[in-house]
Design a protein around this ligand. Structure first.
Ligand code: AMP
Length: 210
């Protein structure tokens, strides 16, 4: 099973991605996570991430190309945060064609603008990977991770002024992908306003039916 997760920031892609890869034993390929890791050593990427702008297509395409060379992707993969532009989608198609790999589904998890802003600006994360929300999923002790007692922080790109720019980038550069994948017949619409388990149930049902 090879699939793609698309949706605006705040739709819950990261949460669903973790559940999907755990349940189906496939590899999680999150370009956002890869760049957050890379930004520790690369100043240019760090600035783009902090401002909510996209990293150039060539950089991200090369990164994914290299990642798809690894053996572990043979057990199946979930692309999360890639592709994000029409050009990236076309480059991905070319890459997959040469490797004779097929995509089985593109899950489009959607939420409206106000909900996305509310969800992202309240998000707090721990370096161990756990994620909280000040109102919807508060930690037991304010500012501390339930799992490891580490300090919770707000990602720079989750701050309210940057969130609006990220959503704007999404509308202009990523939303056109929905039409692109609709035409391929691979698009599966998922209502991201439903709760976490309901969204996962829908995705799970689809994957099992496949
Ligand atoms: P995410 O965690 O998916 O929201 O990604 C965080 C940031 O990483 C984005 O705001 C972009 O700066 C960068 N990024 C992640 N994936 C891509 C991509 N496919 N193309 C360009 N930039 C990306």
């Amino acid at each position: 099973m090879n699939c793609i997760l698309v949706g605006p920031p705040g739709a819950g892609k990261g949460t669903q991605a973790k559940k999907i890869v755990e349940k189906f034993g496939i590899v999680h390929l999150s370009t956002g996570d890869m760049f957050r890791e890379a930004k520790k050593s690369e100043e240019g990427i760090s600035k783009l991430l902090a401002s909510g702008q996209l990293v150039p297509d060539e950089t991200v395409v090369n990164m994914i190309k290299k990642r798809l060379e690894k053996d572990d992707v043979k057990k199946g993969f979930l692309l999360d945060g890639f592709p994000r532009t029409l050009n990236q989608a076309e480059e991905l198609d070319k890459m997959l064609k040469t490797k004779n790999i097929k995509i089985d589904a593109v899950f489009f998890v959607d939420v409206h603008f106000d909900e996305a802003v509310k969800r992202i600006s309240g998000r707090r994360v721990c370096s161990c990977g756990a994620s909280y929300h000040v109102d919807f999923i508060p930690p037991k002790v304010e500012g501390k991770c339930d799992a490891c007692n580490g300090d919770l922080i707000q990602r720079n790109d989750d701050k309210e002024n940057v969130v609006k720019d990220r959503l704007d980038v999404y509308e202009k550069q990523t939303r056109p992908l929905i039409e692109y994948y609709k035409k391929t017949g691979l698009l599966v619409n998922i209502d991201g306003l439903k709760n976490e388990s309901e969204v996962f149930e829908e995705i799970k049902k689809y994957i099992k039916a496949k």
